[in-house]
Structures are given as structure tokens and as C-alpha cells.
Design a protein around this ligand. Structure first.
Ligand code: UD1
Ligand code: CA
Length: 462
């Protein structure tokens, strides 16, 4: 194989083949979501931010699911049997050797709080020290469950797993983050020496460190300032705790950038969301995916917005929106359900108890109350009366409805698609419109009213 020619020659490996037994889940551990995004995508993003060119992911349990989530962002390497973290990295060794030297970052797929800058700094520290390996560490109040860092002066001599540690080693509070930067020239040699002679009968990656130290090679540590960055997720309690920290970190970023968050303890914003200044997030908002919200919007309580674009000055109140675009100064809600494919221009109103799917609504269109609109094009300044619905589905196929500019749809109209209501046309309240209504005409499709007089005084039966 040819030596790789990526952005800057850096390669990293994410270890993510483990089952995550302690999660007690059918979903692979590294796909458990935090703020709507799978755990491993945080690790991938941190490596990308650290300027890594190529990312190899060692996969096993649920590997094809993980590949599907990460797509082109990583190169998969399979570890069929999970014999330990050292064995996992060994699986990637043939690929690593094609890079012909340099360094290699190794991280675990279950440490989603690690920051990109920290990993960049880890690389820098190794090269500045001229070390064969540098281990990322943190000092924890409760080091339980983590590998302990054993040192002589500044040199790391070993990492001892909790289960293999003696009483004095257990007292050590500096722990292994599970992230390392290795000199590739030494890594292969060290990996080939590993044996499973330990409490768990596994090939520990951490034994690479004691091997290197025993060979007289230099192993250093880089201690993160903020210990929570290294948190590893092994069970759902840790998942919830990590999610909470991420949530606060993300909200703090938005607040410092000019977003008002009324109740940070009850607001969820995903890591990829962008929000403009002077926007207000009211209590209980949940904003996920690649949502972009403009400036000076008000996102009302309990709104749930996923993968949407929302223009400046728009208000969304207690509503759910998925894969939609709304322009500037729109009014959405309360209790509006906008399903994928809705494109609202500026100043559109989608009011209370309105559900829409694949609706294109032009400027100033209003659908103020209690409607279902599906597969529908709504022109400028159209008013859709309360209770109007599109009958877009015949049980087999979906059909379109087109409402021309300035049309007025009377309350409680049924629009049986496919059907067009021309520009400036009207439909009479309560009509079931099955045929096109020409421009500027009135479509009436209902029984005429009959009044039966003196009904109240009709003779009653004995
Ligand atoms: C590991 C470290 C420990 C460190 C901790 C940090 C070892 C032996 N121990 O312990 O020192 O403090 O991480 O969080 O390395 N994996 C594989 N294949 C395997 C086994 C594991 O790919 O055969 C992956 C897992 O999917 C996981 C990562 O490696 O993403 C870490 O494995 P895990 O079992 O969670 O290790 P810890 O016991 O937490
Ligand atoms: Ca772990």
C-alpha cells in the first residue's frame, strides 16, 4: 500500500468494538445519543477539530450500524472477537504501518466530553517532549474504574487497571483517560509484545506503556485542566451525567454569544445547532440536529425542533418541527406540527393545532387554525379558514393541492386532491372541493340549507 497523503499526515484510531455490556442495551454503546447525536460522533468531531487527517475506527459489536452513522468520516477496521483494547489497536496496525512513521492518536469511542483542543495539545506535548508515548490523564476525586497512572518523577512507568491494582495503587487519583499519542515507529513493536496475563484475561492497551518504559523509552503524561473531559461512559447513569455536562457546556456557549436561555436546567440544544443573537429560548425547548435559528427569534416553551432552518424574527410556540424551513417573521404555534418538507416563506402564519407536511407556503400566507395541509402549494397572501383539510391520500397514492395567490379558503373546506384553487378564488365554508376552482371564482360544494319551520312546536308522540 502507498503511504497516505491526507491533509497533514496525521492518523487517529477510535476503539469502538466493545459491546458496552454495562449499558444493558441492544444498541451498541457508542451509538447511544447525547443531545440527539450518537456518542461516537463527539469523538470523531474532536479528532476532526484536532486536525487529524484520517480516522480509523475499530468496530465489532453493531459495527455495520456504526459505519452507517459515520459514513465517510472514518475508515472501518473490524475486530471480530473483543479480546481487549490492546488487541483492538492491533487490528488497526497493518493500516497504521502504511503511514510510514509520524504520530498516532488513539482514543476510546466512549469518551464524548473530550475536546478537540485537548487532543491537539496531546499531540503537541508528545512531540515537544520527544516521547514515544504521551498519555492523557486527569486527577479525579473518585478514580474508581479507571486505570491508575504510575510514575517515577515525570515519567510514566505503568498504567494499572482497577482490577489489577493493589491497595496503594488504588489510592492514586491520576487516571488514564484512554487517549494516547504514540510514536508510530514504536507502537507496532509494543503491541506485538502484549499478553492477556491480567485479572480480566484481556490484551490491555495500557500494557504498551509499561513495555515502552521497560525498554527505556520515554512515556509522558498530559493532565487535562478539566477532569470531566475524560469521563468514560460505561452505563446509563454516566450517560445521563455526561449529557448534562455537555448540555451546560453548549448552552453556555450560546448564552455568551448573545442567546437568552430562560431556564438552562430545562433546555436541550444539540451540539450542531446554530442560534443567532437576541434569540430567546423559553423553558423546555429541545433543539436538535443541524438546526439553524436566526437572530431575534422566540422559541417558545416545550418546542421541539429538529433539522430546521428558521429565519430572523420568527416565533415558534409550543410546536414540533422536523426538517422544515421557515422564513423571517413567521408565526408558528401554539401546538403546531410541521412535518418534513415544509417550506414557509417570510411572514407565514401556521397557527394553533395546524399540521402540515410537504407544504410550500408563500409570503404572508395564513393557516391560522385547526388544519391539516399535506402535499400542498399555498400562494402569497392566501388565507386558509379554520378546520380546512387537504384530502391528499386515497389510501394508495398521495396527490397535490395548489392554492393560488390571494385565494380565500372558507372555513372547514375539504380539498380533495388533486385539485387547484385559482388565484383570487374563494371556496364557500363547509365545501368539499373535488374540482378545480377557476381564478377569482367562488366554489360552493355543499347542500343548501333547508329550514323546517315551527320544529319546536311539532306534535309530540304520546
Ligand atoms: C479503559 C482503559 C482504562 C481507562 C479507561 C478510560 C484499558 C485496558 N483500560 O478501561 O485504563 O482508564 O478506558 O475510559 O485499556 N474496545 C474495543 N475492543 C475490545 C475492548 C474494548 O474496541 O476488545 C473499546 C470499547 O468499545 C471502548 C474502549 O475500547 O470504546 C474502552 O473499552 P472499555 O471496556 O470501556 O475500557 P475501560 O474498562 O473503560
Ligand atoms: Ca470505558
Amino acid at each position: 500500500m502507498m503511504a497516505n497523503t491526507d491533509r497533514n499526515g496525521t492518523v487517529a484510531v477510535i476503539l469502538a468494538a466493545g459491546k458496552g455490556t454495562r449499558m444493558k442495551s441492544d444498541l451498541p454503546k457508542v451509538l447511544h445519543p447525547l443531545l440527539g447525536e450518537p456518542m461516537i460522533t463527539y469523538v470523531v468531531r474532536a479528532l476532526e477539530q484536532a486536525g487529524v487527517g484520517d480516522i480509523l475506527a475499530v468496530l465489532g459489536h453493531g459495527g455495520s450500524q456504526v459505519e452507517q452513522v459515520l459514513q465517510e468520516r472514518v475508515r472501518p477496521v473490524y475486530q471480530e472477537e473483543q479480546l481487549g483494547t490492546g488487541h483492538a489497536l492491533l487490528m488497526a496496525l497493518p493500516q497504521l504501518l502504511t503511514y510510514g512513521g509520524g504520530d498516532c492518536l488513539v482514543v476510546c469511542g466512549d469518551t464524548p466530553l473530550l475536546a478537540g483542543e485537548t487532543l491537539a495539545e496531546l499531540r503537541l506535548r508528545r512531540s515537544q517532549a520527544g516521547a514515544q508515548a504521551t498519555v492523557l490523564t486527569a486527577v479525579l476525586d473518585d478514580p474508581k474504574g479507571y486505570g491508575r497512572i504510575i510514575k517515577e518523577e515525570d515519567r510514566v512507568t505503568a498504567i494499572v487497571e482497577e482490577k489489577d491494582a493493589d491497595e496503594s495503587q488504588r489510592q492514586v487519583r491520576e487516571v488514564n483517560a484512554g487517549a494516547y499519542c504514540f510514536d508510530l515507529n514504536w507502537l507496532g513493536k509494543a503491541l506485538e509484545q502484549l499478553t492477556p496475563a491480567n485479572a480480566q484475561g484481556e490484551y490491555y492497551l495500557t500494557d504498551v506503556i509499561s513495555y515502552l518504559a521497560a525498554q527505556g523509552q520515554l512515556v509522558t503524561s498530559y493532565q487535562v485542566a478539566d477532569p470531566e473531559e475524560i469521563w468514560g461512559i460505561n452505563d446509563r447513569l454516566q450517560l445521563a451525567k455526561a449529557q448534562d455536562r455537555l448540555r451546560h457546556r453548549i448552552l453556555a456557549g450560546h448564552m455568551l454569544a448573545g442567546v437568552t436561555v430562560e431556564e438552562p436546567g430545562a433546555t436541550i440544544v444539540g451540539p450542531l445547532v446554530e442560534i443567532g443573537r437576541d434569540t430567546v429560548l423559553e423553558t423546555g425547548c429541545q433543539i436538535f440536529g443541524k438546526t439553524v435559528i436566526g437572530e431575534a427569534c422566540v422559541i417558545g416553551p416545550r418546542s421541539r425542533i429538529t433539522d430546521c432552518r428558521i429565519g430572523k424574527g420568527t416565533a415558534v410556540n409550543q410546536s414540533t418541527m422536523t426538517e422544515c424551513v421557515a422564513g423571517e417573521k413567521c408565526q408558528i404555534g401554539p401546538y403546531t406540527y410541521l412535518r418534513p418538507g415544509c417550506l414557509l416563506a417570510d411572514k407565514v402564519k401556521a397557527g394553533g393545532f395546524v399540521e402540515m407536511k410537504k407544504v410550500t407556503a408563500d409570503t404572508d400566507a395564513k393557516i391560522p387554525h385547526l388544519s391539516y395541509m399535506g402535499d400542498c402549494t399555498i400562494g402569497k397572501k392566501v388565507n386558509v379558514g379554520a378546520g380546512t383539510i387537504t384530502c391528499n391520500y386515497d389510501g394508495v397514492n398521495k396527490f397535490p393541492t395548489v392554492i393560488g395567490e390571494g385565494a380565500f379558503i372558507g372555513s372547514n373546506t375539504n380539498l380533495v386532491a388533486p385539485v387547484n384553487v385559482g388565484p383570487g378564488a374563494y371556496t364557500a365554508a363547509g365545501s368539499t372541493i373535488t374540482e378545480d376552482v377557476p381564478a377569482n371564482s367562488l366554489g360552493v360544494a355543499r347542500g343548501r340549507q333547508t329550514n323546517i319551520l315551527d320544529w319546536k312546536n311539532r306534535p309530540s308522540k304520546k
